[in-house]
Design a protein around this ligand. Sequence first.
Ligand SMILES: NC(=O)c1ccc[n+]([C@@H]2O[C@H](COP(=O)([O-])OP(=O)(O)OC[C@H]3O[C@@H](n4cnc5c(N)ncnc54)[C@H](O)[C@@H]3O)[C@@H](O)[C@H]2O)c1
Length: 286
Amino acid sequence: MTERMGLLSGKTAIVTGGASGLGEATCRLMVAEGARVIVADIQDDKGVAVADDLGDAATYRHVDVTSEDEIRAVVDEAVDRWDRLDCMYNNAGIVGAVGPIDEMPLDDWQFSIDVLLRSVFLGSKHAARVMKAQRFGVILATSSVAGLQGGLGPHAYTMAKTAVVGFTRNLAAELGPYSVRANAIAPGKINTPMNADVLFGDPEALDRSLEYFKTQGTPLAGKPGLPADIADTAVWLMSDRSAFVTGQTIVVDGGLTTGSIEGAEAGQGRFANHEPLLREGGRRGR
Ligand SMILES: NC(=O)c1ccc[n+]([C@@H]2O[C@H](COP(=O)([O-])OP(=O)(O)OC[C@H]3O[C@@H](n4cnc5c(N)ncnc54)[C@H](O)[C@@H]3O)[C@@H](O)[C@H]2O)c1
C-alpha cells in the first residue's frame, strides 16, 4: 500500500503564536500533514513543549513579533535550514487594551497595535522578501470577526484586525504576479487560552470555557468553536488545494456574523416561528 501524501508534504513554515491556542493546533495539524515548522512565540516553556512533542519536524524559536530583528532572523533561519519558505503564518496575538475609548491610555493602545498589526506587517515584509525571489509561497494572518463587525472586540484589537483584512487584499494584489498568495482567517469565538482568560481570568480554564462555548458564540447546535476548526482552514490555505484563493479573509465563526441568535433552540431563530404572513398596515395573512 502506498503511504498517503499529506496535504503539506515537503512544505516549510513559520507559525507565530505557535505555542498556544490556534497557532499550536495549526502547528500540530501541519506536521501531521507532512510540513516542517518553526514554532515562533515568546512563551518559551510552552513552545519548547509543543515542538518537542512534534519531533524532528518542529523547532521552537523565541520570536517577539514586534521586533523586526527577531522576525528577520527567524525568516533567515528558515531559508538557511530549508532553502525555501512555503508559508508564513502571522498568527500571534493578544486581547490588548480594553475599556472605553475616552479612557484608553495611548501607550496601551500602541502596545496592542504593535503586537496585533506591526507584527503582521513585519512578518509579511520579511516573508515577501524571500517569497518574491523564490516565486512561490503563502502569507497567512489571523484576523477576527472583530475585523468585520463592530462591538465584537476592544478598540485597538478591532482596528488591527480590520486593518489585516485590507492589508491582506493589498498584499495579494502586489504579490500575485510573483505567484505568492496572501489570505487571512477571521475566527469567531474559539475555545483557546486567550478566551478562557477573558471569560474566567484563567488561561488554563479550558474545560470551563468549552462548556460556555457549547451554547455561546454560534447558532450551530452542539458545536463549540475549536482550535482545530481554524487549523483545518489554515492548512487548507497553505496547501495547493487553495491555489486559486488569494486576498481573502475566510470567516470561520459557526455563523456568528450571519446575525443568527447564539444558542437559540431549534425553531427559535429570528423569523423562524409560525407567525402568519405579515403585511402592510399591520394586516396579516393572504
Ligand atoms: N480565540 C479566539 O476566539 C480568536 C478569535 C479571533 C481571532 N483570534 C486571534 O487568533 C490569534 C491566536 O489567538 P489564540 O486565541 O490562539 O490565543 P493564545 O493566547 O492561545 O495564543 C496566542 C499566542 O501568541 C503569543 N504571543 C503574544 N504576544 C506575542 C509576541 N509579542 N510575540 C510572539 N508571540 C506572541 C502568545 O504567547 C500565545 O502563545 C490571535 O491573533 C487572536 O487575536 C482568536
